[in-house]
Design a protein around this ligand. Structure first.
Ligand SMILES: [Mg+2]
Length: 198
C-alpha cells in the first residue's frame, strides 16, 4: 500500500515541475488535479505562475487534461475552458477508470502520462496502481473540505517522512533544491476573463 501511495517525485508546486524531466521520461500527457493543485480549493482564480507553467507545457507539446472529483462540475468545466485544457469531471479518483478516461482524452498511454496532484489517496493511488509517473505537489492552500482535512491526518506524517529522507526528491526538479521562499512567494491573482478574479 505504501508503495502505491508513493509518488515518483515530490514538488513544492505545479510550477516547480521541470518539463525537461517529464520530457526525458517520454511523458506526452499530463493529468492534472484541480483543487489545491491548479487553484486553491473550491476557488476559480488562477495564479500567474500556474498560467505560465501551463502555457510552457502546452508550447512544449504536452497534452493537458484536468481530472477532478470536485462536486461543482460547472466550475471545473469553466476553468478548463478558460485555461484551454481538456477535463474529466466527477472523475472518481482514485479509481483507475478516472485516469483511463483522462488518458483517452489525451490520446496517451500509461507509459507516456504523468498524473499530478496534491493528495495521496486520490491523485497518487490510482495512477500508481496503473504504473504511471506521478508527481505529488504541496497543497496550494490550507483551505480544504472537511473530508480532506481528515485524510490529511494520515497523509501528513507520511509526507513528512518522505521530505525528511528526501528519498522521493532526488535532484530532478531543479527548483526543489532552491529556497522555498523564492518558489512559493505569494502572488496576486489575475482577473479572469469572466470577472471571476478577486
Ligand atoms: Mg486536490
Amino acid at each position: 500500500m505504501h508503495n502505491l501511495l508513493r509518488p515518483t517525485r515530490l514538488a513544492d508546486a505545479v510550477w516547480s515541475i521541470d518539463l525537461d524531466w517529464l520530457a526525458s521520461r517520454r511523458i506526452r500527457g499530463l493529468i492534472l488535479d484541480l483543487d489545491n493543485t491548479l487553484v486553491d480549493w473550491n476557488d476559480s482564480r488562477v495564479r500567474p505562475e500556474v498560467r505560465a507553467w501551463l502555457q510552457q507545457a502546452r508550447a512544449r507539446g504536452f497534452a493537458l487534461c484536468i481530472a477532478s472529483n470536485a462536486v461543482r462540475a460547472g466550475r471545473v468545466g469553466r476553468l478548463a475552458k478558460e485555461l484551454g485544457l481538456k477535463a474529466v469531471t466527477h472523475a472518481g479518483k482514485p479509481l483507475p477508470a478516472a485516469f483511463r478516461h483522462a488518458m483517452a482524452a489525451l490520446g496517451t498511454s500509461v507509459n507516456t502520462t504523468c498524473a499530478i496532484g496534491d493528495q495521496l489517496f486520490t491523485d497518487m493511488l490510482g495512477a500508481n496502481w496503473l504504473g504511471m509517473t506521478t508527481v505529488l505537489v504541496d497543497p496550494l492552500s490550507p483551505r480544504e473540505s472537511p473530508h480532506t482535512r481528515l485524510i490529511r491526518l494520515i497523509e501528513r506524517p507520511i509526507r513528512r517522512r518522505w521530505k525528511r529522507s528526501r528519498a522521493a526528491q532526488r535532484p530532478l526538479c531543479p527548483t526543489q533544491t532552491e529556497p522555498q521562499s523564492d518558489n512559493r512567494r505569494p502572488t496576486p491573482y489575475r482577473e479572469t476573463p469572466n470577472g471571476g478574479g478577486a
